[in-house]
Design a protein around this ligand. Structure first.
Ligand SMILES: [Zn+2]
Length: 328
């Protein structure tokens, strides 16, 4: 069962989340493997997408936000795009577009950052977004401060968190064909006037010694091995890492309230997409192929539209016409 465990370190400005995706992750892989056009992911892509999925769930559970959190990697290598979308109720979906050969043992940069042009985007799309309002998006490169290529997806996100939230974050991620898991440890903003006014500098906080606790806990967290994260249960992991710390645990999110695979595609959404192509384009596809067939990359659903369906799509009115044209 997929699960999310949140905790804080008693009396310290440090919090954490541990996520283990099992059934939800296996479902994503199963749907991909049964897709006759694409087939299963090469193992390195599977590992990358799994780490992204665990990370997206960690981030969604770490913020108070009603909407979808989307993590995307735009690659300049054989993996062109990898996308994970997690809703506030932790329903999630993920997919990757592979165009070309992925080596059996490929690094992150060999997949998505060959020319150092790869990018990672995090989007927060509120559920109640008003028309015309843009979703919030932050973009980071896949290289470090000295343009060196980052080979761990966790390093990319740590950069992003530091940049966007100004919060020190430690991430450990791992995925195989059965589990996608991650641990996040974050230093909470310090309390007090200095923090509120945004005047606290790194040096101030070091002097106060506020980082001491975070540094110790982050070091413990980074000692967690990939193999342990994939094979050990949550209780064992937390005990092994933090047995000397005092942890306050929240009720775990699992089962109905936990992470689950779910796709938001629908006949209506695909109809809108076809409408977006325009009548000329839609009819030329109809002429060539006899029908318009659209497959969902996330869940594998196939949507078919024949000539009658397409005529129907273009017969429906758009939005209400503007007042001026209604008068004419
Ligand atoms: Zn779908």
């Amino acid at each position: 069962m997929s699960e999310i465990h949140k905790f804080v370190f008693d009396g310290l400005p440090v919090r954490g989340v541990l996520v283990r995706l099992t059934d939800a992750w296996v479902e994503i892989l199963r749907r991909r493997a049964s897709n006759t056009t694409h087939g299963a992911y090469p193992p390195p892509v599977q590992a990358m997408l799994g780490e992204m999925t665990a990370a997206a769930v960690l981030m969604q559970s770490n913020i108070k936000f009603n909407g979808s959190l989307i993590v995307q990697v735009f690659g300049d290598g054989p993996v062109k795009l990898a996308v994970v979308e997690v809703q506030s109720d932790f329903s999630l979906r993920a997919t990757a577009t592979v165009k070309g050969e992925v080596p059996t043992v490929a690094t992150l940069s060999q997949m998505v950052n060959i020319g150092n042009e790869g990018r990672c985007a995090i989007t927060l799309d509120p559920k109640d977004r008003q028309p015309g309002q843009q979703p919030y998006q932050g973009v980071v490169p896949l290289f470090g401060d000295h343009k060196e290529k980052l080979e761990k997806f966790s390093d990319v996100l740590q950069h992003y968190m530091l940049q966007s939230e100004q919060l020190d974050t430690t991430l450990v991620l791992a995925a195989d064909d059965k589990v996608a898991a991650g641990l996040l440890i974050q230093r909470l903003p310090m309390a007090g006037a200095a923090n509120l006014s945004g005047m606290a500098t790194q040096a101030d906080e070091d002097q106060i010694g506020i980082n001491e606790h975070y540094n110790r806990i982050a070091l413990l967290a980074s000692s967690l091995k990939r193999e342990e994260l994939l094979t050990l249960d949550v209780e064992t992991i937390l005990h092994r890492l933090f047995w000397e710390e005092s942890l306050l645990r929240f009720e775990p999110l699992q089962g109905e309230g936990g992470p689950q695979f779910s796709c938001t595609c629908s006949h209506e959404r695909v109809s809108k997409m076809i409408k977006g192509l325009g009548a000329d384009e839609a009819h030329s596809i109809l002429q060539e192929q006899g029908q318009i067939e659209v497959g969902c990359d996330f869940c594998g659903a196939q949507y078919r539209f024949d000539a009658v369906d397409v005529a129907q799509i273009f017969r429906l009115p758009d939005e209400l016409p503007p007042a001026s044209s209604a008068v004419q």
